[in-house]
Design a protein around this ligand. Structure first.
Ligand code: HEM
Length: 166
């Protein structure tokens, strides 16, 4: 029996992933529900976000690049990502699957993988809200120093890429 090609190869390789990452982030920036998150990000951060996303996809899907950034809980902790924001992003992602001509089998595989990170991405309060509620806190000690532990659900901690909430 021949071994199945990596998801990276089946999706079309680096160029396809780079296009996917760029289109998703650009459309997210243009979206009425979530676009504001990028309001104060610099060009450099947005470019690093896109290349970090591609590295991260390569890492999991068998591509040539490695991801050395923080886990998904740490990356998104304090961003205040809600269910509504999550759904808005996946409307964009769902449209991309169709536009990029993915087969239903590939869509199911990619979508299940991406959505598995939801517990590590959705539900953190914004860091500003935590500081507003605790104006004397030491910001360098983080939100956990004032008793806000996120993610606190064991399901988030067992998600691949999710941080331990030490
Ligand atoms: C509404 C949902 C989401 C929003 C608003 C969002 C927003 C962001 C932003 C603004 C950054 C840049 C952070 C920075 O470097 O300062 C980022 C990074 C990143 N996000 Fe998300 N994200 C969302 C969902 C997701 C999902 C579903 C995934 C994958 C399953 C994901 C994976 C990543 C990765 C891999 C990075 C790059 C981290 C790095 O290179 O350091 N994000 N996200």
């Amino acid at each position: 029996m021949t071994e199945q090609a990596s998801l990276f190869d089946r999706l079309g390789g680096l160029e396809a992933l780079e296009t996917f990452a760029q289109v998703v982030v650009k459309r997210a920036m243009l979206d009425d529900t979530i676009g504001h998150i990028w309001d104060h990000l610099t060009e450099d951060v947005v470019q690093k976000e896109i290349s970090g996303f591609v590295d991260w996809l390569c890492e999991y899907w068998g591509g040539p690049r490695s991801y050395h950034g923080p886990d998904m809980a740490t990356v998104h902790r304090g961003m205040g990502i809600t269910e509504e924001y999550w759904d808005a992003l996946f409307v964009i992602i769902d449209e991309c699957y169709v536009e990029f001509g993915l087969t239903p089998e590939l869509i199911a595989e990619v979508d299940t993988f991406l959505r598995s990170f939801k517990p590590a991405i959705v539900g953190s309060p914004t860091f500003r809200e935590v500081v507003q509620a605790n104006p004397d806190m030491d910001v360098m000690k983080g939100m956990k120093s004032v008793g806000v532990h996120w993610p606190s659900a064991p399901s988030a901690l067992s998600t691949r890429g999710a941080a331990g909430d030490e």
